[in-house]
Design a binder for this molecule. Structure first.
Ligand code: PLP
Length: 426
């Protein structure tokens, strides 16, 4: 079967897209964690750069991408949109399967799209240090790289279980000049609480976020950077879907189903939201599927309510699907999907019935990854493999129903640094 892809440079967008401009109804706003009053943007200034806060609160549909950021994107964007000819043939399905391959990014995932923009905004304001957390290390390495572009120091709290299980990304962060510490750490009050009880505590994203936020609040020269969940982060990721709209058109397809894995929701939203705009404007009826792990079932088993983004309760209260701020998911290899909450905008679309959620087991996900490697030649990240597993089921459903459905999904990253996980899980 003939293989083909779209990757023309003229498809690189000049603006980010903000879904909030087109939503008929907005999700409930963030609240101050102490007073429980609606949060004023100024209250975020101790945590985030001002440019970022402006984007977070914006209702403007388009935000121009600065030239410095565009030139960093040009190194790896537009990412290819690939027709999965090998997978289609193997499954014997009439469905057309296409994927946006974000693994070609400098550190192997979509996370650079927002890391580069956030580092730019911080550098513009004279911030010297960006603090952050990382699970499997994709976000930490993306921010470490972005910091190196704009001359910022990056301090990363890495969830202990990943720090020890996945040395590859820790090494990469250090090569970019970042400082990396196991979380829970003895360096912050939020970390000490857990570290003193158990120096081998496996950690969680919620705890690591508390540590990074605490450090940013305490140091004048430092600000905090978050790799997912927030409206502005989802907006930066819209570059994926904006490219895909043009690329799908070039290849002559319109999506019926759009699939992405969800940790905090950013890669899914990045691909989906520009198409959600077409869907809500009635231009095209599309099914949106968000895929999560069974052991961290935020959308399928969690509750929609206000909750903290972190364990210590330092972050604003967000209205989102959540398993509770104290939830520590069992260690799975898809470390990037071990988060108790979900982006408020993704949560909102689930509540409105625009987005459907599904949960998959690690076993099924790894089997899907192996099939994808053999048929498409790319080893997906364990996170992205959740999307692959759901796409395979969708393609088989199309086969059963004998319909030529068009399935588009986000292959959010490659799994080259997760290779040992693929040896361990049968
Ligand atoms: C971080 C990560 C995810 C999960 O985060 P989202 O914000 O939900 O996208 C998924 N895939 C990869 C490759 C990641 O690095």
């Amino acid at each position: 079967m003939k293989r083909f892809a779209s990757r023309k440079s003229e498809f690189l967008p000049r603006n980010f897209y903000n879904l909030k401009a087109d939503l008929p109804e907005l999700p409930p706003p963030p609240l101050n964690p102490q007073t429980k009053e609606v949060l004023a943007p100024e209250e975020l200034e101790v945590i985030f750069p001002q440019g970022f806060i402006q984007q977070e609160g914006s209702l403007e549909p388009y935000h121009p991408i600065p030239d410095e950021v565009l030139s960093a994107y040009e190194v790896y964007r537009p990412t290819p949109l690939i027709y999965a000819a090998g997978l289609k043939e193997e499954l014997g399905t009439p469905a057309h399967i296409l994927y946006k391959y974000e693994g070609v990014g400098p550190t192997g995932s979509h996370k650079s799209n927002t890391a580069i923009m956030q580092a730019y905004l911080a550098a513009q304001e004279g911030v010297e240090v960006l603090t952050t957390e990382t699970g499997a290390g994709q976000w930490g390495s993306a921010l470490a790289h972005a910091g190196s572009i704009f001359g910022l120091k990056v301090k990363v709290f890495m969830v202990r279980i990943s720090y020890r299980q996945k040395p590859g990304r820790k090494i990469m962060m250090k090569l970019f000049g970042a400082e990396v510490e196991e979380s829970p750490s003895p360096s912050t009050e939020a970390g000490q609480k857990f570290y003193r009880e158990n120096p081998d505590h496996p950690g969680s994203l919620g705890i690591a976020i508390s540590e990074a936020v605490e450090m940013a609040v305490k140091r004048k020269e430092a600000k905090y950077s978050l790799g997912s969940v927030l409206d502005a982060v989802l907006m930066h990721q819209s570059i994926i879907g904006l490219e895909a709209i043009n690329q799908m058109q070039e290849l002559g397809f319109e999506p019926d189903v759009i699939v992405g894995c969800v940790g905090g929701g950013s890669n899914f939203a990045g691909l989906a939201f520009p198409f959600v705009r077409e869907h809500i404007k009635g231009k095209k009826k599309i099914e949106f599927i968000a895929v999560e792990p069974e052991i961290c079932p935020t959308l399928t088993k969690g509750n929609l309510r206000y909750d903290h983004g972190d364990t210590a309760g330092l972050t604003p209260l967000l209205y989102m699907y959540t398993l509770g701020m104290d939830f520590v998911p069992p260690p799975i290899h898809a470390g990037g999907l071990r988060y108790h909450g979900m982006a408020p905008l993704v949560s909102h679309l689930v509540r409105l019935g625009v987005v459907k959620a599904q949960a998959y087991s690690q076993k099924k996900v790894f089997a899907a990854a192996r099939l994808f490697l053999r048929t498409e030649g790319i080893l997906p990240a364990p996170e992205s493999s959740h999307a692959v597993a759901a796409v395979i089921d969708e393609a088989l459903r199309a086969k059963e129903e004998k319909v030529e459905r068009v399935i588009l999904f986000n292959l959010s990253g490659h799994g080259f640094l997760d290779i040992s996980a693929y040896e361990k899980v049968e």
